[in-house]
Design a protein around this ligand. Structure first.
Ligand code: THU
Length: 133
């Protein structure tokens, strides 16, 4: 499962549109139906309007009817492992449990695995809105 997710993220990375940063990112999420949804970063001449790969993968999942993320993989440019930006961590929190694994990797290897709770400790999520007590 880890390898399949990393492979989907690597494939998505090849579609990335990042002419400004030249930092190509691919991401993939596994939903609770066992389906993999991928995304790539899409930049914009108005720089802040760019969209991260993780956000694209989540959008693809939601469009396909997925509402839970079981695992995530992210591939950045170069040999270093990357983890999602703060905004994407919060977006993942919407659909992922605290123990949801996030797999890192590069073009040829897998890197460390983190849980969502490690990446976004003591987080705010949908459960707070439904149980305000
Ligand atoms: N980026 C992602 O797509 N995901 C990450 O986890 C980190 C950063 C993108 C945003 C921007 O297009 C480029 O990488 C450089 O920051």
């Amino acid at each position: 499962m880890q390898e399949a997710l990393l492979a989907a993220a690597r494939k998505a990375q090849r579609a990335a549109y990042a002419p400004y940063s030249r930092f190509l990112v691919g991401a993939a999420v596994l939903d609770d139906q066992g389906r993999i949804h991928a995304g790539c970063n899409v930049e914009n001449a108005a720089y802040p309007e760019g969209v991260c790969a993780e956000t694209g993968a989540l959008s693809a999942m939601v469009l396909a009817g997925g509402r839970k993320v079981r695992a995530v993989a992210v591939i950045g440019t170069g040999s270093a492992w990357i983890t999602p930006c703060g905004g994407c961590r919060q977006k993942l929190r919407e659909f992922g449990a605290p123990d949801m694994p996030l797999f890192t990797g590069n073009a040829s290897e897998s890197g460390p695995t983190y849980t969502l709770a490690q990446l976004l400790p003591e987080s705010f999520g949908p459960d707070h809105l439904t149980d305000p007590s």
